[in-house]
Design a protein around this ligand. Structure first.
Ligand SMILES: Nc1ncnc2c1ncn2[C@@H]1O[C@H](COP(=O)(O)OP(=O)(O)OP(=O)(O)O)[C@@H](O)[C@H]1O
Ligand SMILES: [Mg+2]
Length: 317
């Protein structure tokens, strides 16, 4: 019987494993090369995730680059991204593995139709071998021979009981399959979990991870993100966009604009041929930035009194 069992890494093989990054600045500059602008804190946790071989749990408001971080780390390492998108009702058969029942039935049928002299034990051994196993993202990630980054996205959407599925893989990089035994990782993947914090995650899960909170970027970093991600934008406009968005975030809103909404707004302004934002332009396009009527009304009032948006450009210089 062929099995998917893989020789486990031992403490001695761990010692000879090479690290992916030399230092924190290298992580930061490599991320920049793939258009992800990380601050020192983000780069530091990615570096430690590799050094300590621990998964990174990324939390923070929507649209602040949590998912993109995992994608960008995969891209900068030339690694394959394996993504497990979490949702309510996600179970073992979608996250870990599933037996291919149809194929198993066919195998049993074929045995009966042909000779029919195979013992049940032989057939059982056969149909519970890796040939009949359908691998799902978690198992696929640890079985992979080439470098992978495993992204477990929006982990707060699964029920707390389902979190338990993840614990073995996150602490020991292995999966136990009752009929087959333990499948141990060929290499330790970089693992990122993201959460919007819609509910508290279990202590057991948190304990296994390094924690990274990604908040809205500061002015300078958001300006850089705009410059990197929006073609044909000039420095002055990206600076003004970053400033306006920052002041909008300071209002008491139901849902503050995220980085992705900043980028959508910047692209809109470029398409409209705007090179300086005044109160009218901001008001006309505010629906790109905000998605609640009450937020829009509050913000539009602010725009009307915001001095930086009400400078008469024609009398400048
Ligand atoms: N630091 C950054 N550098 C470059 N792009 C960024 C950065 N942060 C966010 N973005 C951009 O913002 C967008 C949203 O990012 P992403 O989807 O990763 O957010 P998220 O935090 O996962 O949001 P959600 O919680 O809604 O899933 C992407 O288009 C991404 O490219
Ligand atoms: Mg996301």
């Amino acid at each position: 019987m062929t099995t998917v069992r893989i020789s486990p890494f031992t403490p001695s093989t761990l010692k000879i494993m090479t690290y992916r990054f030399n230092d924190v600045p290298e992580v930061r500059s490599n991320l920049k090369k793939v258009s992800y602008l990380a601050d020192e804190g983000i780069a530091g946790v990615v570096y430690l995730g590799d050094r300590l071989q621990k998964p990174v749990l990324v939390e923070g408001p929507a649209g602040t680059g949590k998912t993109q971080l995992a994608k960008s780390v995969a891209e900068m390492n030339g690694a394959r991204l394996i993504r497990l998108q979490c949702y309510e009702g996600l179970d073992e058969s979608k996250a870990l593995y599933e037996w291919n029942y149809k194929k198993q039935l066919l195998r049993i049928q074929a045995e009966r139709n042909l000779s029919g002299d195979g013992s049940w034990e032989e057939i059982e051994d056969d149909i519970f071998s890796d040939e009949f196993l359908l691998t799902r993202p978690l198992l696929e990630a640890i079985q992979s021979e080439d470098p992978v980054v495993l992204l477990i996205d929006e982990v707060d959407r699964v029920e707390i009981e389902t979190e338990a599925l993840l614990l073995e893989i996150l602490s020991d990089y292995q999966v136990s399959i009752p009929e087959l035994g333990t499948v141990t990782a060929r290499q330790i993947p970089l693992v990122f979990l993201t959460s919007n914090n819609t509910r508290e995650l279990s202590e057991a899960l948190k304990r296994r991870c390094l924690f990274l909170h990604i908040d809205y970027p500061d002015l300078e970093r958001e300006r850089e993100i705009i410059l990197t991600k929006v073609p044909d934008i000039n420095e002055a406009l990206s600076d003004q966009i970053a400033r306006v968005v920052r002041s909008v975030r300071q209002l008491d809103l139901k849902k503050a604009p995220s980085v992705s909404e900043t980028l959508d707004w910047a692209r809109t302004l470029v398409h409209l041929g705007v090179d300086h934002i005044d109160a009218k332009t901001a008001t006309d396009t505010v629906n790109i930035l905000l998605k609640y009527r009450s937020d829009i009304e509050k913000t539009v009032k602010e725009f009307a009194t915001d001095e930086s948006l009400n400078i008469d450009q024609s009398s400048d210089g």
